[in-house]
Design a protein around this ligand. Structure first.
Ligand code: NAP
Length: 338
């Protein structure tokens, strides 16, 4: 243990799977042995003297927290999304922000596909019917008809790491791939996913399933709203494992209620946990999961490995595995990577 690293103070905001304690044992570690989220005021009090914070989605790292943490050098989030962190403010203050992409891509794509299959083939509805002893006829030709997948068009909004992993799975099911990004993929990559580029509007118009994989930013907040939903086919399904506020939930509720689209399957919500009085809960053309995109054992362990390594590397002056804000180096505090 070096003198300088042992003097650095680190907060881990709750217990996370993965070898976090071991990786960060060289620091003065405040590892919360607690599975509950910190309140904002608790977090603010705890960050005051810290050089590093390992946190996740429920920890709102805003200007107030960053201003309170005078010694802070790194915010390492146990997630790929970083919309809960004011990255611009962190950058100005010379604080590195790191995240955990790649290791959760397959798990999130798997859950996306579970939702897609689940809503298309009415899996939860069928399960409830059997469990509630409402299954009357042994087999019936028109009973619980869902949607085919083979030959249908899957519109991927956000053809990044997770979008591409979803495309791979969809090809196995015989689906046709359309996608929209701000930047078009290379011809070679398009060929490898048999993917066809579309404008945002055209993607909405043509797709039988629209699956959302873009980050939550100012630009994507309520990107899916009454106007954009109106462009979708009446027979189409909307799936999201991205972030709740990308969809205007009020507009989605109206569209589902009036059968403007066939159904929706969501893992993420504007408010989490979903409030008990959410109108979405009154619909039957919907499938909901509680933000479990990356919730697979091996994946969560690897996220812990990456999040802890990112944090340790920054405090030791080394390159992290995944840095969100390269520009933070311009603003001082930490020396260039060794
Ligand atoms: P990624 O590799 O960065 O992919 C994001 C894609 O979105 C990129 O292809 C990007 O392309 C595109 N994009 C960004 N802004 C856009 C815009 N305004 N319009 C159209 N396309 C846009 O990220 P990822 O690793 O796939 O993760 C995607 C998101 O999934 C994360 O940000 C996170 O919020 C969410 N997520 C959720 C869970 C869960 O538990 N449910 C788990 C993991 C991840 P361009 O830059 O060219 O536009």
């Amino acid at each position: 243990m070096t003198r300088s690293s042992s003097a650095k103070k680190v907060l881990v905001t709750r217990t996370f799977p993965g070898p976090i304690k071991e990786t960060l044992s060289q620091f003065d570690l405040n590892y919360r042995e607690n599975d509950e989220n910190l309140s904002y005021s608790e977090l603010k009090a705890l960050v005051k003297d810290k050089h590093g914070i390992l946190c996740s989605i429920p920890d709102r790292i805003d200007t107030g927290i960053l201003a309170a943490a005078k010694n802070l050098q790194v915010v390492s989030t146990y997630s790929v999304g970083y919309d809960h962190i004011n990255v611009e403010e962190a950058t100005k203050r010379g604080i590195a922000v790191t995240n955990t992409p790649d290791v959760l891509t397959d798990a999130t794509a798997d859950l996306t596909f579970a939702l897609l299959l689940g809503i298309a083939r009415r899996v939860a509805e069928g399960h409830n019917l059997v469990i509630q002893k409402r299954w009357k006829d042994a087999w019936s030709p028109k009973f619980m008809l869902g949607s085919d997948l083979a030959g249908k068009k899957l519109g991927i909004l956000g053809m990044g790491r997770i979008g591409k992993a979803v495309a791979k799975r969809a090809l196995g099911f015989g689906m046709k791939i359309l996608y929209h990004n701000r930047t078009r993929l290379s011809k070679k990559e398009e060929r490898s996913f048999s993917a066809n580029y579309r404008s945002f509007d055209q993607l909405l118009k043509e797709s039988d399933f629209v699956s959302i994989h873009i980050p939550l930013t100012e630009e994507t907040y309520h990107l899916i709203n009454a106007n954009t939903i109106a462009k979708m086919k009446k027979s189409s399904f909307l799936i999201s494992t991205a972030r709740g506020p990308i969809i205007d939930e009020g507009a989605l509720f109206e569209a589902l209620k009036k059968k403007r689209i066939a159904g929706a399957a969501l893992d993420v919500f504007e408010k989490e946990p979903l409030p008990a009085d959410s109108p979405l809960l009154s619909l039957n053309n919907i499938l909901l999961t509680p933000h479990i995109g990356s919730a697979a054992e091996g994946t969560r362990y690897k996220m812990g490995e990456v999040a802890a390594k990112n944090l340790a590397n920054i405090l030791l002056g080394k390159k992290p595995l995944h840095l969100v804000n390269r520009d933070y180096l311009k603003h001082g505090k930490s020396a260039k990577f060794s």
